[in-house]
Write a protein that binds this ligand. Structure first.
Ligand code: NAG
Ligand code: NAG
Ligand code: ZN
Length: 633
């Protein structure tokens, strides 16, 4: 029965131990398979995979989804020994029940190959075997990062072995190396070995690479923050990693070009042009930063596919673009240096993000929004690894101002207020409206770039549509700020600055019912979930509780209506603050906004909250019936 939750792809070879791949089957996307019985949901993961008694699943990582579920990453073990490459991710609900979403890899039939997992050689013996095979015995005392881990591993013909996974790093030899070995713990045989230094770290530069241009100066890659992460195979450096792949168009527009740009690591990439030292390396570096920023700051990837960056596109092209599948960068001529700066790379990838998120059309107000979002992502890219300048393309514009955030009109064409917008305006100019909004958010309201872009990305992915205009996009921003646990007020103000009146999104704020516990909140000094509570006419003392196994949670109570003009100029009035439990007297018939937050750097994901109240004694009003029902039952 439970097998309907997964698809098993059985390996083609007839072997003792079989790899089986489970494909994700998300219940919502599967017709006919989304009716799960209670019996299935009661199963624990071990039962679900039908594991024999010597095997189990070990929790290795857990993350909370935005929908209130948990994703458990589990590793399969055999007689207590972890199995290499055998991990599954399983989604469970709040009560620990499986939701039916699972994916990953597990192994079966180990017992037949390997009755015992006990090693016959020691870890040190394994390390000696490894060193001998690389002629590294003489470096024994100079090794760093030595790791020896015991695993079950599927070798040739998918036979199960008990192995040590041995790794060490040597900086003494001619080029720094990180060696890795799979060594059978019974025979001492090396089943596999490789150089593990796929991405050169800043400390161990194994490539020669420069970037930048005459205006911004020469960048030497390999020094923080300019760590390049190419894929290194032998002595070749490929401009590809998990985030991006660079294609060198060699001054053509030949769409059939598809080879990954590569160079001899020790020699460097020789593509100096128009005052820039290496547009290919720069584009690769900045594209990688965009990918890392998305993973670290937003927990996602920019695009559904790996980002493709085409450099040296066309001849003397003074432009860069997103074509629906790839980003392309010209080498510029008189106006621009090659257009491979951090903000322009972020900008073009941003168009891909928008296309796959809201699909904002590229004219009218939505066009201006589309362009602004890209400019904003360009700033975020700069900020992520270094510092941003609140200017677009300043590093690559030979002279004069390109586009500005503080004062959009300074370029002579952009507008910074909705009143100056015309429907036929080029999106690069109407983008000034939201560029200015972003400036106010960051510089005047003190929102961090990470948090602001998180909100705009959520708005773009969830609330914006193909033809969203300035006003309804603003409404999406307000809702998004709430979703990610931020105070909407500074966003309301920033929109107000350019003449966008924020919608009343107060109904979007989750209302709490009395004496109901809400759990699994995420709280930090930047993620501050907000609730609202309508106190009845007969409320005497209202009590707000917050609890977390991790520590104290701050509670802030406010009153007022933040969409109201009067209040929008001031923060909602704080009426009470405290930790874990806050009481407030005589607060009948009010909408109370309740915010939960932390001080310091922690983030708690286990916060639960509830709100209750006592009834006024001797209350009288024209709602006595409700009063009695509520208070005297
Ligand atoms: C381009 O190269 C990639 C990987 O190198 C490959 O997956 C893709 O199919 C190629 N595309 C075309 C159109 O040949
Ligand atoms: C909420 O619970 C408290 C104690 O648990 C109780 O005294 C109070 O009457 C309850 N309030 C309502 C409105 O149910
Ligand atoms: Zn653009």
């Amino acid at each position: 029965m439970h097998k309907i939750l997964f698809v098993f792809v059985v390996g083609a070879r007839k072997i003792n131990a079989k790899h089986r791949a489970m494909e994700t089957m998300r219940k919502r996307s599967l017709n006919g398979l989304n009716k799960r019985t209670t019996a299935e949901t009661e199963l624990n993961p071990t039962d679900l995979l039908n594991l024999p008694k010597d095997e189990s699943l070990q929790n290795v990582y857990q993350s909370n989804s935005a929908v209130g579920t948990k994703i458990e990453k589990m590793r399969q073990t055999y007689k207590g020994t972890p199995i290499f490459d055998a991990v599954v991710a399983i989604e469970i609900d709040k009560n620990g029940k499986l939701t039916g979403d699972a994916s990953g890899m597990f192994v079966e039939g180990i017992q037949e190959d390997l009755p015992s997992a006990e090693p016959l050689i020691t870890e040190e013996e394994a390390l000696q075997i490894a060193l001998k095979s690389e002629n590294d015995v003489k470096f024994r005392r100079k090794l760093t990062n030595v790791k020896t881990e015991h695993y079950i591993y599927l070798g040739d013909k998918e036979r199960a072995h008990s192995i040590y996974y041995v790794r060490y790093f040597i900086s003494e030899s001619k080029t720094p190396r990180r060696q890795a070995f799979i060594i059978d713990t019974k025979s001492g045989q090396i089943l596999r070995k490789w150089n593990d230094l796929q991405t050169a770290s800043c400390g161990a530069r194994t490539y020669k690479a420069y970037g930048g241009n005459e205006k911004m100066g020469k960048i030497k890659y390999g020094e923080t923050p300019y760590c390049l992460e190419p894929t290194i195979v032998g002595n070749m450096c490929f401009l590809e990693n998990e985030f991006v792949r660079v294609i060198d168009m060699e001054s053509t527009r030949d769409d059939s070009k598809n080879d990954t740009a590569k160079f001899e690591c020790s020699k460097g990439y020789d593509d100096e042009v128009n005052g820039a030292y290496s547009p290919a390396i720069d584009a690769f570096f900045y594209g990688t930063q965009v990918g890392k920023m998305f993973r670290e700051w937003f927990g996602s990837t920019p695009l559904r596919e790996k980002v493709i960056i085409r450099v040296h596109y066309g001849s003397n092209m003074e432009n860069a673009f997103w074509d629906g599948e790839t980003t392309s960068f010209g080498d510029g001529q008189s106006t621009f240096y090659p257009l491979t700066s951090a903000d322009v790379v972020g900008h073009e990838i941003g168009h891909g993000v928008t296309e796959q998120a809201s699909g904002l059309v590229y004219h009218g107000e939505s066009g201006g929004l589309n362009e602004a979002f890209s400019d904003i992502l360009g700033e975020a890219t700069e900020k992520y690894f270094k510092n941003n300048d609140m200017k677009v393309g300043d590093d690559i514009k030979k002279e004069g101002i390109f586009r500005d955030f503080r004062d959009p009109e300074i370029d002579g064409s952009s507008v910074g207020h909705v009143e100056d917008f015309h429907d036929s305006m080029d999106p690069h100019y109407s983008s000034g409206v939201y560029r200015r909004v972003f400036f106010v958010m960051i510089i005047q309201k003190g929102i961090s770039i990470k948090q602001a872009v998180k909100v705009l990305l959520q708005a773009n992915r969830v609330y914006w549509r193909e033809r969203s205009g300035f006003e309804d996009a603003g409404c999406g921003v307000i809702k998004a700020s709430y979703d990610v646990g931020q105070n909407p007020t500074p966003y309301v103000r920033a929109l107000d600055d350019v003449g966008v009146t924020a919608c009343d999104a107060s109904h979007h704020i989750r209302a709490v019912e009395t004496n109901v516990t809400y759990s699994d909140l995420t709280v930090s000094n930047e993620v501050k979930p907000l609730f609202r509570f309508n106190s009845p006419n007969w409320a005497d003392v209202v009590t707000v509780r917050a609890a977390s196994g991790s520590g104290d949670v701050k509670i802030t109570l406010r009153v007022g209506t933040w969409q109201d003009d009067e209040v929008a100029r001031e923060d909602l009035k704080i009426i009470e603050e405290g930790y874990n439990l806050v009481n407030i007297d005589r607060i009948a018939n009010e909408v109370i906004y309740i915010e939960f937050s932390l001080e310091g750097e922690n983030e708690y994901n286990d916060v639960s909250i509830s709100v209750g109240y006592t009834c006024l004694e001797g209350y009288s009003g024209n709602d006595m019936q409700e009063y009695r029902l509520d208070c005297q039952s």
